[in-house]
Design a binder for this molecule. Structure first.
Ligand SMILES: Nc1ncnc2c1ncn2[C@@H]1O[C@H](COP(=O)(O)OP(=O)(O)OP(=O)(O)O)[C@@H](O)[C@H]1O
Length: 676
């Protein structure tokens, strides 16, 4: 009535008034429909008009009805055709007008609409994605109001319990090795099974006691060789300088020396030439007085010379193996397997992988694959071998490192046979009382005799800090690690300028022969300080080292462990000091956290203490400038000569441009201050 009055006032015709009122109703109903979509669980149903209107427009499709009831997705192909009123079904026309509102029924009624699939029901219940890790249990039937569909089952979602990582038994129950070398000694006469000539060799090398790793590993290996069945493989993770080399050299020599057959039966693989030389020397020393032949193939000699060491031709023309034991680097080994005729691993009994984590990380030329292929580790071979000579033909893999991965996934790649783990990385207390299983606390351990410190220092004063440390603590034999070859060179040149230290540098830039000479000089005490890169950090046994200084913070935790491990070897005391700038502090402590090391303490020293050497430092810096100039000049001359040899004129325009570029590149690198 009022609307009629209003409309008549503005002068509308009766037909226009009717249309307007219909429009208003439509908007009202649409807003109710939106409310219903927003609130999925409690669809707000618009109040039905008092009078039932006869439906004029086409019916809504099924999915439109579902949307109004909170169901977001349904099969588009199906439509609701029924014009009948259902108790639980909203009847709506195309304009969204509700012709009848559904009332929630108390009684369960037989479903008349199409049955929803499980997915559709899940969606309507708010479960958007099916989680496979969760179990779904059906519960009692329920019919949500206004759906128009009878839901047969409702789903209850139960969360599964958290899955904990379980280590394989051999990793969970290792044999524990003590890190304390000085308090866990055993006289060499106390270990049975070693022949007299080995005892003599030990005495010759001034070894009277066995260290913990040797006490455990040597008897286990000797025993494993006595068994009739296939010997188990072995993994050893023991601190740096704890005597791992002797732990594999003694039992392998003992196992091989009695048999006069000349075949390659032991292969020791090391990541780099320097380490291979070291192990080769130990084998030579302990094979003295036996018929055993040892060969080194690490790329130091020419390929032809190495071939002569490995094989010879017999009278009948067939190839014969010369050495019983070969110490090698992985790359060179693969070269010989592929290119040296007659070089065979078919008689191999021991495959020793020293610094195993490093070798496995680098995977030189997929060397293990080639070795296994050459050994013939396929299953048919194994069966054939077992039938012919049951115990002798199996290859026993022996892995050693101070930072051996105890990640089962990495270790499985090595195809170990029933491995036995010896490690020093375990907690004091077993995880449960019933079993002997150990909980791994940190990744790596350092020798008990090692004292570890860090020292905060401004970058420009770092070289002075190195000099001060040597003077204050009177270290006669120290190693100083940097992170790059150029930093090694700069620091070495600067420290030489102080004039009262015997300083030398060692990095991969120095070729093999001079490097061997240099390391020998350092081991015999002819050099006070050896500035070096991480090329010397792993496995190198450099005699008595009082202190290891990390001039640059180590990049990885393994670097830190191996650097520090050049000191405090064989039960001797030693110190490791890391010099840190403000910006390096955080990263370094993060590394220590990863290794769960809590024994690295700040060094009790002040930067102000360096003042006494300030004048000397200034002079050294001046001296460095002149050295740099001379070096750049020498480099340019060398470069020009090399160009001349190749037929270029160094004085030509092109030559000058190249020379300038060369100076920029090398000169700038060199002139940079020794600290960062
Ligand atoms: N029982 C022993 N008594 C005295 N010295 C020993 C004994 N065993 C080994 N050594 C000496 O200890 C030093 C370190 O030994 P080795 O190089 O085998 O250590 P490592 O455990 O392999 O260390 P890294 O992990 O750094 O390679 C060597 O100089 C070695 O001669």
């Amino acid at each position: 009535m009022y609307s009629n009055l209003e409309n008549s006032e503005i002068g509308l015709s009766e037909r226009e008034v009717r249309l307007n009122s219909r429009k208003k109703n439509r908007t009202k109903n649409k807003s109710n429909l939106v409310a219903a979509i927003i609130d999925d669980e409690h669809p707000e149903c618009p109040k039905p008009p008092k009078k039932k209107k006869k439906m004029t427009g086409p019916l809504l499709t099924k999915d439109e009805i579902c949307i109004s009831n909170g169901v977001e997705e349904v099969d588009q192909s199906e439509s609701v055709e029924s014009t009948k009123k259902e108790d639980n079904q909203a009847v709506v026309n195309i304009d969204g007008e509700y012709l009848e509102c559904p009332k929630p029924s108390k009684k369960k009624k037989k479903m008349k609409g199409p049955i929803l699939t499980k997915e559709e029901i899940c969606i309507s219940n708010g479960v958007e994605e099916e989680d496979h890790s969760e179990s779904v249990e059906p519960t009692k039937k329920e019919e949500p109001p206004g759906t128009g569909f009878t839901i047969l089952e409702e789903f209850k979602v139960n969360k599964n319990n958290k899955v904990f990582r379980v280590l394989p038994t051999w990793l969970a129950k290792p044999s524990v090795i003590s890190c304390d070398l000085s308090n866990n000694k055993m006289p060499i006469t106390g270990l049975n099974g070693l022949d007299k000539f080995l005892h003599d060799a030990l005495k010759r090398n001034k070894i009277e006691y066995f260290f913990p790793v040797q006490q455990q590993v040597i008897p286990w290996l000797l025993e494993s060789q006595q068994q009739f069945f296939r010997p188990c493989d072995m993994c050893v993770s023991a601190p740096t300088g704890s005597g791992k080399t002797l732990a594999f050299v003694l039992p392998t020599v003992q196992a091989l020396w009695r048999q006069s057959v000349r075949r390659l039966r032991c292969l020791a693989v090391l990541p780099v030439h320097d380490l291979a030389v070291q192990v080769y020397r130990v084998y030579l020393s302990f094979c003295a007085g036996t018929n055993l032949q040892v060969a080194l193939i690490s790329g130091q000699a020419s390929f032809y010379d190495e071939q002569q060491l490995l094989v010879r031709k017999g009278k009948t023309g067939q190839y014969l193996t010369k050495p019983d034991i070969v110490v090698c680097t992985p790359g060179r080994l693969v070269d010989h397997l592929q290119r040296t005729p007659g070089f065979s691993l078919k008689s191999l009994r021991f495959l020793i992988i020293d610094e195993a984590d490093r070798i496995m990380e680098e995977e030189h030329n997929d060397w293990l694959f080639h070795v296994e292929k050459a050994i013939g580790l396929s299953s048919e071979h194994l069966v054939a071998q077992k039938l012919s000579q049951p115990w002798e033909k199996y290859v026993q893999k022996l892995l050693f490192s101070a930072t051996l991965s105890q990640d089962p996934e990495k270790l499985t790649r090595l195809g170990l046979f029933q491995p036995k783990l010896f490690t020093s990385v375990v907690s004091a207390e077993p995880t449960d009382n019933t079993s002997q299983s150990h909980h791994f606390i940190g990744k790596f351990t350092t020798p008990a005799e090692l004292t570890e410190h860090f020292f905060k220092c401004p970058p420009m004063l770092k070289p002075l800090a190195v000099y001060y440390l040597l003077k204050k603590f009177k270290y006669r034999s120290a190693l100083c690690f940097t992170n790059s070859r150029s930093a090694t060179h700069r620091l070495c040149e600067l420290l030489k300028q102080f004039g009262d230290l015997k300083v030398a540098e060692c990095s991969s830039e120095i070729s093999k022969a001079p490097r061997d000479k240099l390391l020998k000089e350092f081991s015999t005490g002819k050099i006070d300080l050896l500035v070096c890169t991480d090329a010397v950090s792993r496995g190198m046994d450099l005699g008595v080292v009082d202190c290891v200084i990390s001039y640059d913070s180590p990049k990885y935790v393994k670097n830190y462990i191996h650097r520090a491990g050049r000191a405090a070897r064989a039960g001797r005391p030693g110190t490791a000091i890391t010099i840190l700038t403000d910006s390096e502090m955080h990263g370094f402590h993060k590394l220590l956290g990863m290794a769960e090391k809590k024994n690295v303490t700040p060094l009790d020293m002040q930067v102000e203490d360096f003042e006494i050497y300030e004048e000397q430092f200034r002079k050294a810096l001046e001296g460095l400038k002149n050295t740099v100039k001379e070096e750049i000049h020498t480099k340019i001359v060398q470069h020009d000569r090399a160009r001349q040899k190749r037929g270029f004129n160094p004085r030509s325009k092109v030559g000058k441009v190249v020379s300038t570029k060369f100076v920029k590149r090398h000169g700038n690198n060199f002139i940079k201050q020794p600290s960062h």
